[in-house]
Write a protein that binds this ligand. Structure first.
Ligand SMILES: [Zn+2]
Length: 89
């Protein structure tokens, strides 16, 4: 009985510790860099993590096996106000 209680207490403590670790863990959004590239089969714009570059993957749409390029292709930026920003002031 007491051993079971001890195990339950230890388990609860471990869960609390893990929860606190996850809660207080500093999140670094800059670490998660995403690249874009076009699927060679269905030409769908795919997004993959920078750490996946050069590694094999699969297109979620056409299920084509592919390798994420180490160097992302240059896609046209949707935001065109960067030039305007340089002009003003
Ligand atoms: Zn595809």
């Amino acid at each position: 009985m007491s051993a079971l209680m001890l195990i339950l207490l230890l388990g609860g403590g471990a869960v609390l510790a893990v929860g606190a670790y996850w809660f207080f863990r500093p999140r670094d959004p800059e670490r998660e860099v995403y690249y874009h590239f076009l699927c060679p089969s269905c030409s769908r714009k795919l997004r993959y993590r920078a750490r996946k570059a050069g590694k094999p993957g699969q297109c979620p749409r056409c299920r084509t096996r592919l390798t994420f390029p180490a160097t992302p292709i240059e896609l046209r930026k949707e935001e065109t106000n960067s030039g305007r920003y340089n002009q003003s002031r």
